[in-house]
Design a protein around this ligand. Structure first.
Ligand SMILES: NC(=O)c1ccc[n+]([C@@H]2O[C@H](COP(=O)([O-])OP(=O)(O)OC[C@H]3O[C@@H](n4cnc5c(N)ncnc54)[C@H](O)[C@@H]3O)[C@@H](O)[C@H]2O)c1
Length: 442
């Protein structure tokens, strides 16, 4: 479902009219295409309280960024990276203003602002308040940026996952991730031999892979080198086969809500693979009704597909020998699970439930050979699910984010692929919103 308004305001006449009458002017987002450089221009690097760390500079240049330390009058940069890990008192925060004010003025369209901080740790109230302030600065700045630019915050507790995180957040792969904090903790996060094929040698299974977000995820995992098992309902047969064939993967008919889904999955893995490295719980349904009109079957089916299936499959995998060490599990949640949505108490239950699942099982996955489990919470994404919405509602929903447009399935897929990669080993038990910073809700 193409966004006609976005195309219109990106034409010379449409842009002039929108600007004159004060209509939203969403930008065409910079999305990753094979072979793209990390950034289409230099990255300005700074640090609070001294010089930027040599290790950070090395990670940036190693990822292909041209790093500059100053911004001359009229010069423009594709990214501004500020290491703010040293802030400890409110007065230190002035250094963020000193760096960010000119950097934001010199930011190219689709630019990236990335702030590195330390998590509050309970040792000093003043330091914790100051560290937490970074979150407010980044979220507010993200709402000010225009022309497709984004701002995000990395809480760097451990640098093992920093390289992979920089490559994701500075590239076009993070186009629809905006105003988000992510904790980079301890974990096994080996660099791949080839950054263009970080999933080489991995076996991945994606549920609900016949269309929409699931098909896009399967595509990106295959692009990144994984051998993909595309799973979906038997009814999805032909479209599922097409997806699997296109990716050189295999198709599996699996109703994730069926009582025998976990043993069938384990049997399939035992017969056809050397164990599973990546599992994407993407299958999901909606049966929207106001609570007053909600029928038991509408309640039960959504609970069964969106939440109970994930719980049962994870339990079976953890209790088997079919889940390889350093496995990556990514569960599809939704911003509805964070902020609620009218008519979606059943769906909201499952999507918040997935967040509880991920947080509560992170330790068990870490124990399983340093594996991880995380959730992705997409906002408004253009798919067949959202195409069914009335036109006016869809138009409004599209504009209600800092990026003033809907995301695409590829945006969710890129974020999923990052969390599924070996380099994201320090990210565990977290929720990443891929929502263009929805203005409604949390
Ligand atoms: N589209 C959005 O805006 C949006 C926003 C937030 C979250 N999500 C979540 O992302 C995921 C994918 O959404 P989508 O928009 O691509 O949906 P979609 O309806 O286009 O595709 C869902 C796929 O899951 C499959 N499926 C349904 N029940 C299944 C079952 N029991 N077993 C196996 N497969 C099953 C369907 O056949 C279909 O191929 C869902 O979990 C959804 O809740 C979507």
């Amino acid at each position: 479902m193409s966004d006609r308004y976005l195309n219109l305001v990106n034409s010379p006449l449409g842009s002039a009219v929108a600007s004159r009458v004060g209509l939203p002017q969403p930008a065409k987002l910079r999305r990753y295409a094979g072979g793209d450089p990390l950034l289409p221009g230099p990255a300005l690097l700074g640090a609070t309280g001294g010089k930027p760390a040599a290790a950070l500079r090395k990670l940036l240049t190693g990822a292909g960024a041209e790093v500059v330390d100053t911004l001359g009058e009229g010069e423009r940069v594709a990214a501004a990276v500020l290491d703010a890990r040293s802030v400890a008192a409110p007065a230190d925060l002035g250094a963020l203003r000193d760096f960010l004010a000119p950097a934001v003025k010199g930011l190219q369209a689709n630019g990236r602002v990335l702030v590195l901080g330390r998590l509050p740790d309970g040792k000093s109230v003043t330091a914790d308040a100051t560290r937490q302030a970074l979150d407010g600065i980044v979220r507010s700045l993200a709402k000010e940026l225009r022309r497709g630019a984004t701002a995000n915050l990395l809480w760097v507790e451990n640098e093992a996952s920093l390289g992979a995180a920089l490559r994701f957040f500075l590239s076009g792969k993070s186009a629809y991730v905006d105003g988000q904090p992510v904790v980079l903790g301890a974990g096994t996060a080996p660099d791949p031999t080839d950054w263009d094929q970080p999933l080489a040698g991995k076996t991945a299974l994606v549920t609900g892979a016949a269309r929409g977000i699931g098909a896009a995820i399967a595509g990106v995992l295959a692009r990144d080198g994984a051998k993909v098992i595309a799973a979906d309902l038997t009814q999805a047969g032909e479209t599922l086969a097409k997806v699997a064939n296109r990716l050189g993967g295999s198709a599996l008919h699996l109703d994730v809500a069926a009582a025998d889904a976990p043993p069938r999955l384990l049997d399939h893995l035992a017969a056809h693979t050397d164990g599973l490295d990546i599992l994407i719980h993407n299958a999901g349904i909606t049966r929207d009704k106001l609570m007053a009109n909600m029928k038991p079957e509408q309640w039960d089916s959504v609970l069964a597909v969106n939440l109970e299936s994930q719980l049962r499959i994870n339990d079976a995998l953890l209790g088997s020998d079919q889940l390889n060490p350093q496995a990556r599990v990514v569960c599809l949640s939704s911003t509805t699970g964070l902020s609620g949505n009218r008519g979606q108490t059943n769906y909201g239950a499952t999507k918040a439930g997935v967040i509880g699942l991920v947080r509560s099982s992170a330790a068990a996955f870490a124990k399983h050979g340093a594996s991880t489990i995380n959730a992705i919470a997409p906002g408004f994404i253009d798919t067949e699910m959202t195409a069914k919405m009335p036109l006016a509602t869809r138009e409004v929903a599209r504009r209600l984010s800092s990026l003033q447009q809907a995301g695409l399935p590829i945006d969710v897929a890129e974020a999923t692929a990052w969390l599924a990669s070996p380099g994201a080993g320090g990210v565990n038990g977290q929720v990443l919103r891929v929502c263009g910073q929805n203005l409604v809700g949390a």
